[in-house]
Design a protein around this ligand. Structure first.
Ligand code: NAP
Length: 538
């Protein structure tokens, strides 16, 4: 791209996570003057921040790595089928060193605001170190689960022991031995964390509001021979991911539930339950996540699995969700999660029965008792997808704030841009396809599409791009419709933008394109082939 000497950069990327790293690589390849601004002290995004014990992939490791470089695929060895956070962070740092990206990244760099200047057709970013930087194009790679939320419980700041949200787990590992630990939350994060520390702590008390349908991960090591086989099959692995709605190696079984005899159904389900990864969720009969009757049957199957794994029937019933069917919220993958509750030192508190009244200097007080802790861990989730945008004050044309535009829910074109905010490109932004997929598979496509778009703008000497209002309305309406494609659309979870801890987010918002990666890819290709149809180019 032609450098503009008046600008600090032709492109600024906010965020050095999985998507920011790849976008940087592609732009440097084009010879663009680009920098990455990252709030963390190092690269990695999600994998930099989330250092809680047990944090690991729920995607097969070899489907999570970047696919763009054969050399990278050839040289990197994954040690486990579902690798842990330290290994993933090492992998991302390896990518950065290999492709010489670090020199283009600035760390501990908080972007406070970004304002579009209509006359100059540029963005000016203000950083909390007092600097301001100008750029023609602004790309956000700020993650979809990067704005952690604490519960709005009285006394949170009064606790005298160690307390943290899992996203901000201390960088130095904590010694849990002999500690009394309280955990609030039972989502995918807590489900990884609980069994990991249950055997180390003296007492572990879990405060559960709603249980989730969890299923076994079946992780295991990858030995040299298995890794060699994986390397030899990368083309097939990525082709498989390319063909599934979620970008995983697991895609729906083409059969419908009722087409299969009860005996064969049970054999199939046992098989899924005993297989590694998301197959149990994403590889099921194609109507299990779409229609009530098949969903209820599979839900009952999983409930019996929980009953069989938890010794105390009362505890088992508490761990079985009653308000939603299997898979209608993100399924946490677990390793001996249910067995953790068979330990004498692990206690489950149903806060519907005995609500938390407050956090005290000594621990957590419910309506029934006060529990004393050395450590309180908040595994209370995120203001998903739009939360990261709300933390930066984006001002577009005519002084419009992005947070105002999206106050009742996001409005975008293709989940990649939004009108009134020209030259702002949102990788992994709301209503995009990549947020509902095995993340790297989705973002590689979004990054490649953005890169081609920037090449096109350069070729035809455009310096301003903005979605047309009608294109944006049509996309936002279409995204809404995709929520009726599956039972996930009705559930209260971050998929539907629900978060009880954030004002105004205790209702369903249309955050994710649920039409599947294959259709999303087709749509992106059509738009590009038609000269970036739906965009106003100047
Ligand atoms: P989450 O799924 O949103 O779970 C948050 C938990 O905190 C829920 O159990 C929630 O209860 C509870 N909670 C929130 N506010 C509360 C309050 N005020 N009082 C009591 N309980 C409260 O968050 P998460 O577990 O961090 O997971 C978020 C997402 O991160 C996952 O769905 C997944 O996509 C991703 N993740 C991925 C991996 C991986 O790939 N390996 C691992 C971990 C997380 P309710 O259910 O009642 O709201």
């Amino acid at each position: 791209m032609k450098p503009d000497s008046k600008l600090d950069h032709e492109v600024i990327i906010i965020g050095a996570g999985v998507s920011g790293i790849y976008q940087l690589y592609r732009l440097l390849e084009m010879g663009v003057n680009v920098t990455v601004l990252e709030a963390g002290g190092g690269p990695g995004g999600t994998w930099y921040w989330n250092r809680y014990p047990g944090c690991r992939f729920d995607s097969e490791s070899y489907t999570y790595g970047y696919s763009f470089s054969k050399e990278l695929l050839e040289e990197w060895n994954w040690s486990e089928h579902f690798s842990g956070q330290p290994e993933t962070l090492r992998y991302l740092n390896h990518v950065i060193e290999k492709f010489d990206l670090r020199g283009h990244m600035q760390f501990d760099c908080h972007v406070k605001s970004g304002a579009f200047d209509e006359d100059a057709c540029t963005w000016t970013l203000t950083l909390d170190d007092g600097r301001s930087l100008t750029t023609r194009f602004l790309i956000t790679a700020i993650g979809m689960l990067s704005a952690p939320t604490m519960p709005t419980i009285e006394g949170v700041d009064s606790f005298k022991g160690t307390a943290f949200h899992t996203y901000y787990s201390p960088q130095e590992p904590i010694d849990y031995a002999g500690k009394r630990v309280g955990i609030i939350g039972t989502g995918a994060t807590a489900v990884q964390l609980i069994p990991e520390i249950a055997g180390k702590v003296s007492e572990l008390t879990v405060f559960q509001r709603r249980p989730n349908w969890c299923a076994p991960l079946h992780n295991g090591p990858i030995d040299e021979a298995a890794m060699a086989e994986i390397k030899a099959s990368y083309d097939e692995i990525f082709a498989k991911c390319h063909a599934t709605p979620g970008g995983f190696i697991h895609g729906p079984d083409r059969r419908k539930f009722a087409e299969v005899s009860e005996e064969d159904r049970l054999t199939f389900w046992e098989d899924l339950y005993n297989s590694p990864g998301f197959g149990v969720w994403l590889g099921n009969f194609r109507d299990v996540l779409v229609e009530e009757i098949p969903n209820e049957a599979f839900t009952n199957f999983i409930a019996d699995k929980i009953r069989a794994r938890v010794d105390d029937p009362v505890t088992a019933e508490k761990l079985i969700p009653k308000d939603h069917g299997f898979g209608t919220r993100r399924v946490p993958m677990e390793t001996k999660y249910f067995e953790a509750y068979n330990r004498d030192n692990v206690h489950l508190i149903d806060i519907n029965e005995t609500p938390i009244e407050c956090i005290t200097p000594a621990g957590i007080k419910t309506t029934a008792a006060e529990y004393e802790f050395d450590i309180i861990i908040y595994a209370t989730g995120f203001d998903a997808i739009t939360g990261a945008f709300d933390r930066i004050e984006f001002t577009g044309v005519n002084g419009q704030k992005l947070s105002d535009k999206w106050i009742d829910g996001p409005i975008t074109y293709l989940g990649l841009q939004t009108s009134g905010f020209p030259n702002l490109i949102t990788i992994a932004g709301p209503q995009g396809g990549s947020v509902a997929t095995n993340f790297p598979r989705g973002i590689e496509e979004a990054v490649e599409w953005n890169t081609e778009l920037l090449k096109y703008l350069h070729k035809y000497k455009y310096n301003r791009i903005e979605p047309k209002l009608d294109a944006e309305d049509e996309w936002t309406e279409h995204v809404k419709q995709t929520y009726s494609y599956s039972l996930l659309g009705n559930s209260k979870s971050w998929f539907t933008g629900y978060n009880s801890n954030v004002e105004g987010h205790d209702k369903i918002r249309y955050m994710i394109y649920n039409g599947g990666a294959v259709r999303y890819r087709q749509r992106l290709a059509e738009v590009a082939e038609n000269g970036y149809q739906g965009f106003d180019l100047r």
